[in-house]
Design a protein around this ligand. Structure first.
Ligand code: UTP
Length: 273
């Protein structure tokens, strides 16, 4: 079973400067909740209650968010404002949180490797909180992926069809479809130019990984942008065995970009008000 979810949250978030100069990107709010809280809620909805968060310098606000603020609790106790804290209190009660720091930001693959001490030798989920997902039929993206994992017991990446002109923002896969929307990965390329993109199937920020990935990342050399790419490690894993790509049902917003962030804000505003 998948018991832990890793949140790589050490990136600089340069696309959101100056907002992210002193505040983690993962704490940017969509309506009243920070991005990372949506991610933790998604993990919990998939039956995972152990959250492992990879942070970096300037990210302490994430730890404070998933903790009690005694002064605030005391101030608003028995007032009309107390219910505003209900959701986060409930999450803190139901989950455990552990943290480690990525000392140098050497890429997503390296951030995942930094989480090894928190994860141990078990399969685990990964959520990139800046990819905000909403489920349409009541089943979160991670829940859908865990069902696939239960059947195939291998690493799985979530994919979505993109406009090929955006291929240079994603890892792009090539695969053989074995079930409706489920592919065995044959090849993958990190951020290819549109003319070099082998398909329009793009990896988004949800993964289930088997723990042998850690050993593979250790052997993976820096790739595109001089960073250790999880895509490169997954390709090695796919060549040794099987890695699946799953076309999820639901909606995803790239909240790491200003455009996606605004779209998500409007979407959730319309949905909740
Ligand atoms: P991004 O590619 O969105 O990078 O990382 P970023 O630094 O967060 O944002 P920009 O591009 O500068 O605006 C994807 C995910 O991987 C994590 C990020 O925190 C984000 O969740 N990440 C990336 C790390 O944890 N460490 C890294 O070294 C790189």
């Amino acid at each position: 079973m998948i018991k832990k979810c890793l949140f790589p949250a050490a990136g600089y978030g340069t696309r959101f400067l100056p907002a992210t100069k002193a505040m983690p990107k993962e704490m940017l709010p969509i309506l009243t909740k920070p991005l990372i809280q949506y991610g933790v809620e998604e993990a919990l909805s998939a039956g995972i209650d152990t959250m492992a968060i990879v942070t970096g310098r300037g990210k302490r606000a994430i730890e404070d968010h998933f903790d009690i603020s005694y002064e605030l609790e005391h101030q608003i106790k028995d007032t009309s404002k107390e219910p505003y804290l209900n959701e986060i209190r409930d999450l803190i009660d139901k989950c455990t949180f552990s943290y480690t720091r990525q000392i140098e930001m050497k890429g997503l693959g390296h951030a995942i490797l930094s989480g090894e001490t928190l994860i141990g030798n078990n399969p685990f989920a990964v959520i990139l909180a800046d990819d905000l997902c909403d489920n349409i039929d009541g089943e979160s993206v991670l829940s859908q992926m865990i069902k696939v994992y239960q059947k195939y017991q291998c690493s799985i990446v979530a994919i979505e069809e993109i406009d090929k002109s955006n291929s240079d923002k994603y890892g792009i896969i090539v695969g053989n479809e074995i079930e409706d929307g489920l592919y065995i990965i044959k090849d993958m390329i990190e951020k290819p130019k549109p003319k070099d993109a082998p398909s329009n199937l793009a990896i988004i920020g949800r993964y289930i990984l088997t723990p042998d990935i850690f050993g593979i990342i250790k052997q993976t050399k820096a790739g595109r942008g001089g960073e250790i790419q999880i895509t490169d490690a997954l390709l090695t894993q796919a060549k040794k065995g099987i890695v699946l790509a799953y076309k999820f049902k639901g909606k995803r917003f790239d909240c790491g970009s200003v455009d996606g962030f605004v779209k998500a804000t409007n979407y959730f505003y319309k949905r909740e008000r």
